[in-house]
Design a protein around this ligand. Sequence first.
Ligand code: PAF
Length: 283
Amino acid sequence: MKTLLHISDLQKELRASLDGNKSIGFVPTMGAIHSGHISLIKRSKQENDITVCSIFVNPIQFNSEVDLTGYPRMIEQDSKALIREEVDFLFAPDVVEMYPPGEETQLDIDFGRLDKVMEGKHRPGHFKGVAIVVNKLFDIVKPSRAYFGSKDFQQLTIIQHMTESLKLPVEIVPCKTIRESDGLAMSSRNLKLTIGERQVASEIYGVLMFTKANADSIPVRKLQVIAQKRLAENRAFQVDYFEIVDKRTLLPINTWNEPEQIIACTAVNIGGIRLIDNMELFS
Ligand code: PAF
């Protein structure tokens, strides 16, 4: 694996590797590589000639300085994991490389309600920051396919929307959420939980499974309230939201009429660590 810190060096390497019409698979990350990331990398390796992974803790998608500075950074350990997976190129730029002073970082896309609901309500500006960096990374790497985990379902929807709106020549490949043995969705943020918090965190998965088991037999709005209450019963949890929404619009639904479009999404704070998860209720 070659590690490149500069855009021009990465592009030089990619040009040299891309004779004929080789495909590039791209896995953008913020590091603290876990089995969820590894599953994206494995898929990219299967489907492409070259796999590029990026590690960049993107400051403009954080809402708080404390969250940004506290985000786990472990580049050496991450590099070893990526070498084991035979990633071809690691792109690990610093903030100045990605956002040179004086350079415009705007992106003119209307996401409609997609970036205003759920996470958008609690993290204003977050998805704009994600869209800007992903668009920039796509422009640098020019991937044939890019791989995103479904745990961040709203992020995935917004990236798909951006790709369609800007007609970007990249296929967005959604990949299924990878879970710990007790059901907790893999996330870099799990590293920040205390042992006690980690033990109760799997209750998020428990409530999603409960919701799935009861979908169709309890009216939607009632089930949503019950699920939210179940989460809130845990004294360690501060529930930001639990919503049952349409996958296309991310807006709350009122009936079980289009089962294949229905997903439950939630965000819970445990000891100041914000965990999100979701589950399709009829798949
Ligand atoms: O999901 C993430 O890790 C980040 O939001 C992403 C897509 C790498 C953009 O910074």
